[in-house]
Design a protein around this ligand. Structure first.
Ligand code: ATP
Ligand code: MG
Length: 356
């Protein structure tokens, strides 16, 4: 539905007209109709600049912006205004008009689009109901909480029945609970109204909650893109790995692991692969103890992603019945090595954290 093809945006450096900063460097993205598409990255990565090229608030220096098969890169005047009516936008700091009521704020885009007062009188209550503010029409922004202000922002953005909603850090100024409620509202709008959403965040937790697919940006470039689940489960770029590790906090402190005798493995299990039965099979087959040191399950959308940190070690002698013990040949080290191979063959992703 939205295609960005080789988009670059350069900004002139103030006082040095010949120099320029490449805020966005050869970015190509394809955002599909009906999805929630996330853009993550550190501050200054170029996320907002990319987002603003979609409605041409920022003109790309090179590259094309294609919406619904139509190349809109060079549109101006009325043609550009018509295109922008199809695209709503919400912001981190809400950008409301402080001296206007909630009603007038919500009506803003309708007035710009030249709707009649009768149409406005009908549409505004509808959208205020949609965002849960039907009783606040006559309030002023200063009388609202942050979450309510963002709801007004959302009402204003969807008033004209846009096909796309651009969201630039929509929850960064909100506390955790309010942020979760706003994300839920956005998801509802996406699902019930079929509006395609492009959402920027520097928080992977936000992405994890509502995005179908994600692009990761660093220094003006897209370093990685894929489904939200793939980005979390199998991050490729170093930068993404760090982001994901930081968010999921799946690691246990190194000094703890270093002081554990035995061989310590980290296993990721994705979806419904049953790693725990692989572990008990390994324990029995190779005569080892398998102790779980740490475990965690995360949900990305509807998919589960788990982590187990386990220790393989020799069983205490009295734990093995003599009849069984005879079946375990080889040194402990050899049996641990064979068990690691066995687990590797049967689990999604196995990492040896250390071997003693
Ligand atoms: N209007 C502008 N003039 C000059 N430089 C700009 C302008 N807008 C952005 N930049 C520069 O372009 C780069 C990318 O900025 P952008 O705002 O797109 O990053 P971002 O990823 O949205 O960051 P943040 O997470 O802090 O919002 C930065 O180096 C920024 O300083
Ligand atoms: Mg930004």
């Amino acid at each position: 539905m939205i295609k960005l093809e080789n988009i670059s945006v350069a900004f002139e450096v103030r006082g040095a007209p010949s120099a320029s900063v490449k805020a966005v460097d050869q970015v190509s993205l394809h955002i599909r109709r009906g999805e929630v598409f996330g853009i993550v990255g550190t501050s200054g990565a170029g996320k907002s600049t990319v987002l603003r090229t979609i409605n041409l608030l920022e003109r790309p220096s090179t590259g094309r912006v294609i919406v619904d098969g139509e190349d809109i890169t060079d549109l101006t005047g009325n043609a550009l205004r018509r295109e922008r009516h199809k695209i709503g936008m919400i912001f981190q700091h809400f950008n409301l008009m402080h001296n206007r009521t909630v009603f007038d704020n919500a009506a803003f885009a309708l007035r710009v689009a030249g709707k009649s007062e009768a149409e406005i009188a009908q549409r505004v209550p509808e959208i205020l109901t949609l965002v849960g503010l039907a009783d606040k029409a006559q309030a002023y922004p200063s009388q609202l909480s942050g979450g309510q202000k963002q709801r007004v922002g959302i009402a204003r953005a969807v008033a004209n029945h846009p096909a796309v909603l651009l969201c630039d850090e929509p929850t960064s100024a909100l506390d955790l609970d309010t942020s979760a409620a706003i994300l839920e509202l956005l998801k509802e709008i996406n699902q019930t109204l079929g509006i395609t959403i492009v959402l920027i965040s520097h928080e992977m937790n936000v992405i994890k909650k509502i995005c179908d697919r994600v692009a990761v940006m660093a220094r003006g470039k897209v370093v990685e893109q894929g489904t939200a689940f793939d980005i979390f489960a199998r991050p490729q770029a170093d930068f993404t790995r760090q982001l994901v590790a930081h968010t999921l906090n799946l690691d246990i402190p190194e000094h703890l692991i270093d002081n554990i005798p035995g061989t310590v493995l980290k296993l990721h299990f994705l979806g419904d692969k049953a790693e725990d039965s692989v572990l008990s099979a390994a324990a029995v087959r190779f005569g080892l103890s398998v102790d779980i040191l740490h475990g965690k399950i995360e949900y990305i959308g509807n998919h589960a992603m788990g982590l187990l940190v386990v220790r393989l070690a020799e069983l205490p002698a009295d734990a093995v019945p003599p009849a069984l013990a005879a079946g375990y040949t080889g040194t402990v080290a050899a049996r641990v090595a064979a068990a690691v191979e066995f687990i590797r063959d049967n689990a999604t992703h196995v990492e040896v954290l250390h071997a003693h």
